[in-house]
Design a binder for this molecule. Sequence first.
Ligand SMILES: Cc1cc2nc3c(=O)[nH]c(=O)nc-3n(C[C@H](O)[C@H](O)[C@H](O)COP(=O)(O)OP(=O)(O)OC[C@H]3O[C@@H](n4cnc5c(N)ncnc54)[C@H](O)[C@@H]3O)c2cc1C
Length: 328
Amino acid sequence: MKGILIYAEVESGRVHPVAFELLGKAREIGEKISGQVWSIILGHEIKDLASELIQYGADKVFVYDHPTLREFDVIRYKEILVDFVKKFNPEIFLIGATPLGRSLAPRVAAALRTGLTADCIDLRIDENGDLIQIRPAFTGNILAHIKTKSRPIMATVRYRVMEMPEKDLSRSGEIIEMDVPEIGETGLKMLGEVEERRVNLAEADIIVAGGRGLKSKDDLKMLEELASLLGGVVGVSRPLVDEGWISKDHQVGFSGNTVKPKLYIACGISGSPQHLAGMRDSEIIVAINVDPSAPIFRYADYGVVGDLYEVLPKLIKILKNAKRSDNP
Ligand SMILES: Cc1cc2nc3c(=O)[nH]c(=O)nc-3n(C[C@H](O)[C@H](O)[C@H](O)COP(=O)(O)OP(=O)(O)OC[C@H]3O[C@@H](n4cnc5c(N)ncnc54)[C@H](O)[C@@H]3O)c2cc1C
């Protein structure tokens, strides 16, 4: 039976949710190619996390639990993954396109002398049973459909582009505790952890995003006020980051974050393919733009043709009044 292997990244003691999304996709693929879904997890004191991977769709979970794996060491982790793949020969190996996954996957692929399709936004099985890996190309202007001849087929997949499967507490599977191979000093040493990013756009439910329709950095305050009234966060198009108005972790799009909030309010954003690549799967898109022909309106559920400097203050006023009448 063909194995579809999912790398389960551990982040602050929990499984990164991209692994659950990948398990959901792996189950779908498994049904089409009669494959079995496997997951591999590395770290220390992580045995409890294995059952969660089964609940999200893994048939087998291979656990490498050892004090030397407590911190991410790209060389040590790579060695273990390569060793595993050589022994178990999965047909497909999927890794989340997180910063950690992006550093690990190419090293594993190079060591295995196989191909890697980075940053996929979708995976499909075609009529011949081949895996089609879909990713933006030419700065997001086209979606390339890629087939890989070498094995295993390796791909990294962006977070929040796949459906999150339902957790099924009644699912059963096999948890296999693996012997951790002895690997000497790798030359890498953890010096300390960088403070967590200030905004986590990928997990936000509400994003108020601004683009070049804003006239000055100061006007971002208006977006911040609206976002805070709605319990959301601020996102931006790339030019605002390039201008130095706000940090890159707020950028939405092809070279920024992929987001999938319940509500995305795009203010003064034209809707370039590179911006759309990062937000078009949002549940509800509201666009505010003076130009009725702006491409963003083709993707918006609600469009306001108007000046954001008139629309936003009105919206803020209405929300403030509503809050006041809720808490007299
Ligand atoms: C390799 C590469 C990667 C890229 N990656 C990204 C990325 O990750 N994210 C990203 O966003 N871009 C990215 N870009 C840039 C992208 O091509 C566009 O240039 C950018 O998205 C445009 O940003 P914008 O919509 O804010 O600006 P514009 O396209 O200039 O649009 C501004 C909009 O504001 C409207 N407007 C003006 N005044 C007002 C007003 N007062 N009220 C309401 N509306 C108003 C205008 O009608 C216009 O539609 C990338 C480009 C390249 C080449």
